[in-house]
Design a protein around this ligand. Sequence first.
Ligand SMILES: Cc1cc2nc3c(=O)[nH]c(=O)nc-3n(C[C@H](O)[C@H](O)[C@H](O)COP(=O)(O)O)c2cc1C
Length: 188
Amino acid sequence: MSLMRLAYASEATFDAKPVEKGVEPHVARILMTSRKNNAKDQLVGGLYYGNDRFFQYLEGDEDAVRRTYDRILKDERHRNVVTLIEEPLSSRTFSNWSMKYVPLSRDVRNFLDEQGLESFDPASFTSDQCERMIDLIRNSSHDQNLANHDNRQSVGEAPQVLSSGMKVSLIVAGLVLVGALVIGGSML
Ligand SMILES: Cc1cc2nc3c(=O)[nH]c(=O)nc-3n(C[C@H](O)[C@H](O)[C@H](O)COP(=O)(O)O)c2cc1C
């Protein structure tokens, strides 16, 4: 069985929905499918999404990588796909992840700053820059959240303890309590 690795850049065709936290819904769907299929095919790698651009890295059995890439190329959720790396691989370089995500990308922003790049435009990455992106994905200890470098929440920011739904519920409960006290008081 021969192994290969592949990286590409592309542009999203959908209008990204603003999300307070977590993953953009179109991207979340892509991730769900990818996780399911890639685990079955023992493909590993990572997907980065930001600035309406994708950067994806895949490695695994050559047939599986090519079959997957053929499907990806036909996908209408992105366009202008540019293949950045497509070459044989002697051994796997990722541990057992079907798809890995860089966290809230302070790392990626540092990388862009360091390289003097103003925005995330992976189609114009040099091969060194591609390798750096792959290292960022490989060394990321997070497995949950897709990196989205448009998300300006800083890493040091205090976590949101209450969701907005819970806040509304608490305010309504407070108003009901005050109302009950007022009515109760007027009945005494
Ligand atoms: C940017 C992008 C990355 C994707 N990455 C993968 C992937 O790694 N693996 C995968 O199976 N499908 C991936 N897809 C989805 C495929 O294009 C296709 O919709 C999917 O493989 C179909 O799977 P299904 O037949 O199980 O529905 C990606 C799509 C996009 C737009």
